[in-house]
Design a protein around this ligand. Structure first.
Ligand code: GCU
Length: 428
């Protein structure tokens, strides 16, 4: 063996194994959850305690919001000045006469050439006044949430899956109604509530392309090619899209803009929480199985961890979040503070027994540790310190349930969300 080769081999042997080359093994053992101390939502970064609602609203809330913006999800711009809403299609006799259907195209730059998203809205046909509406992003295109043949097929990029009907990165007829079990549209309509949805890939396709597609480039400064370390990743862009849906609701007289319920599942549940934290126009926020970077406490490192999520999905969070890979204790926030940003508005966290990856207990604890802020603001909070058994929902100002079954959104979940919304909205 020549000397150079020998030295090279030795150097390779001694080189520290890079963290990203390590195999990830998720911890599912409660006794191996590390000790941790959560940042106190009611203490300013300066150490000063927050004892009044006024101090929360004036000082601590903006401080926490800024930390999440700069260190976790990334800062997003405001509404684009030239945005236009175009009604593409509507019917007063959709779903066998039960619904009013609208399909609205949101042109972010005001032109067909620029980025855009399509909003699908169903409202109860019988309504005589403006109605509450559930709004959430979907994974597979608007046409996948219901078998209604009039829903336009999503036109933007989709991951190929021939079996499900996605070919050459486009949706085909075969995918119509694919995700219908996740959207209890008829149940909402019967409860006097509407449902609105947008395909997340319209706002930003869910793969890492250094932010060349989706809405990001519309806001680049001259010469900018990718967001800065504290600027928006994909989750923040999706959340921004939800706020643009809210902008539309403000123009639609059939929708009660003061009773818009934001919900999302999994990565789109993380998105719903962030959108609802930032944009206080949303009246209720619901996280379904959102897990790491959503409702689950990062410091518990149970199931998915910060390192793992940043490596599998490098585009979801902002560049700065990567500083906290395997260093959760150095985060200036944890996810209970994200829920606290929703206060005093009702927030609902749903877990599933088969969804350990998302850390059900960590999601419950987040809800619990958000409670002091809800109480400071004069509301009841969660109302218990004990994690409930499966299928025993808690509907306080903070709602929580652990559903039996896998990572999914089911009709059982929707029944809880409708009951929760009814409880908090009362009769109008
Ligand atoms: C992956 C990811 C989760 C995410 C989930 C989903 O499992 O690790 O963080 O919530 O996908 O969006 O379905």
């Amino acid at each position: 063996m020549n000397r150079l080769l020998a030295w090279t081999l030795l150097a390779l042997l001694l080189a520290p194994v890079s963290v990203s080359a390590q195999k990830f093994v998720a911890n599912y053992d409660e006794s191996k959850v590390p000790d941790y101390e959560l940042p106190d939502p009611l203490r300013l970064a300066s150490g000063q305690p927050v004892r009044t609602a006024r101090k929360w609203t004036r000082k601590r809330r903006p401080e926490i919001l800024r930390l999440f913006q700069e260190q976790v999800y990334g800062k997003a711009p405001g509404p684009p000045p030239k945005m236009v809403f175009r009604l593409l299609e509507s019917s007063g006799k959709a779903l066998g006469g039960k619904a009013v259907r609208k399909q609205v195209r949101v042109l972010f730059a005001g032109t067909d050439q620029g980025p855009r998203m399509d909003l699908l809205v169903y409202l109860p046909a019988k309504a005589t006044a403006a109605v509450p509406v559930f709004v959430g992003l979907n994974f597979n295109g608007n046409h996948a949430i219901h078998s209604d043949p009039a829903i336009h097929l999503a036109q933007s990029w989709h991951r190929d899956n021939a079996k499900q009907g996605y070919v050459n990165n486009r949706a085909t007829e075969k995918s119509r109604g694919l995700s219908a079990t996740r959207w209890s549209v008829e149940r909402c309509l019967a409860a006097g509530m509407g449902v609105a949805t947008i395909y997340c890939g319209d706002v930003d396709p869910d793969y890492h392309d250094e932010f060349r597609n989706g809405v990001h480039p519309l806001f680049y400064k001259d010469g900018q090619k990718t967001p800065l370390a504290d600027q928006w990743g994909t989750i923040a862009a999706w959340a921004w899209g939800l706020s643009r849906a809210m902008d539309y609701f403000e123009t639609d007289k059939q929708i009660d803009q003061e009773r818009v319920i934001l919900l999302g599942h999994s990565r789109l549940g993380k998105t719903a929480l962030w959108a609802g934290a930032r944009d206080q126009r949303f009246a209720i926020v619901i996280s379904n199985n959102s897990g790491c970077g959503g409702a689950a406490l990062s410091r518990r490192r149970f199931g998915e961890t910060v390192w793992r999520i940043n490596n599998s999905f490098p585009h979801w969070f902002c560049g700065n979040f990567k500083k906290f890979d395997n260093k959760e204790n150095q985060l200036p926030v944890d996810q209970h503070m994200l829920l606290a940003l929703v206060a005093p508005r009702p927030v609902y966290i749903a877990s599933a027994t088969g969804d350990r990856w998302a850390d059900p207990r960590g999601e419950f604890l987040s809800a619990l540790h958000a409670e002091p802020v809800y109480k400071l603001l004069g509301t009841e909070g969660l109302g218990t310190a004990r994690m409930p058994k499966a299928d025993s929902p808690i509907h306080g100002r903070i709602g929580y349930h652990l559903r039996t079954g896998p990572h999914d959104v089911t009709d059982y979940d929707w029944q809880q969300y409708i009951a929760f919304a009814r409880k908090h909205f009362g009769r109008k």
